[in-house]
Design a protein around this ligand. Structure first.
Ligand SMILES: Nc1ncnc2c1ncn2[C@@H]1O[C@H](COP(=O)(O)OP(=O)(O)OP(=O)(O)O)[C@@H](O)[C@H]1O
Ligand SMILES: Nc1nc2c(ncn2[C@@H]2O[C@H](COP(=O)(O)O)[C@@H](O)[C@H]2O)c(=O)[nH]1
Length: 192
């Protein structure tokens, strides 16, 4: 397992599905010139997703083989599908910059927090249940998928209290501004 170096940090965007983590993290990452790493998943590609941009879509066999070879930095099973981030890709990212961001479910976030402590800053993004459902419907998620997400919505919300920072995501520009400022503070602190 890769051990983060002294000044290396990971910002993890977490929270319930549909809260806007991917959207916010991308905009904040672009603003701060901070990059992410694309996850591998065995989940089927949704019609609006693109291979190599949203995920790398692989078979269960490929995933299990990679797991056997200890290629994953972290991995989880969610609603019957596997998700993971390749360690080598994390190492490559850290070579070009000392901080990266990831968008993870709560279990994966907690795994990294336990391993790396203060080097992991958790940004919890949240909206109310109705808004999360509405956004997923508008984006074209199936009813079944939304239902699966809702099964752990309330449980996911409880994790907010444990995170280093939390933000409500209603007005996009405002949320991005707030999160950018928060992350900048952590980055400034790191350079001291
Ligand atoms: N502030 C906002 N106002 C309106 N729509 C938003 C806002 N933030 C995100 N969205 C939209 O909501 C949908 C879900 O956002 P996003 O994919 O970023 O969420 P997520 O938390 O990563 O969840 P998931 O894992 O389900 O994708 C997207 O269609 C996105 O464009
Ligand atoms: N722990 C990890 N969580 C991941 C990874 N890639 C994505 N995710 C999270 O999984 C759920 C479901 O995602 P969906 O795209 O199928 O709706 C969501 O919370 C993602 O943020 C990963 O590599 N590890």
């Amino acid at each position: 397992m890769y051990n983060l170096k002294e000044k290396e940090m990971i910002f993890v965007f977490t929270g319930p599905d549909g809260s806007g983590r991917k959207t916010i993290s991308k905009l904040v990452g672009d603003t701060l010139q901070m990059k992410s790493v694309i996850s591998y998943t065995t989940r089927e590609r949704r019609h609006y997703e693109v291979e190599g941009i949203d995920y790398h879509y692989i078979t269960r066999e490929q995933f299990l083989e990679a797991e056997k070879n200890e290629e994953f930095f972290e991995s989880v099973e969610i609603d019957g599908n596997f998700y993971g981030i390749k360690e080598q890709e994390i190492v490559d990212r850290f070579e070009s910059k000392g901080c990266i961001y990831l968008v993870l479910n709560i279990e994966g976030t907690e795994q990294l927090k336990e391993k790396f402590g203060d080097k992991v800053i958790r940004v919890f993004v949240h909206v109310d249940r109705e808004t999360a459902v509405q956004r997923q419907k508008e984006r074209g998620n199936s009813e079944e998928e939304i239902e699966l997400h809702l099964n752990h919505f309330d449980q996911d919300l409880l994790y907010k209290e444990q995170c280093e920072t939390a933000v409500e995501n209603y007005e996009l520009a405002h949320t991005v501004f707030e999160v950018t400022q928060t992350i900048e503070k952590y980055l400034l602190e790191k350079t001291k």
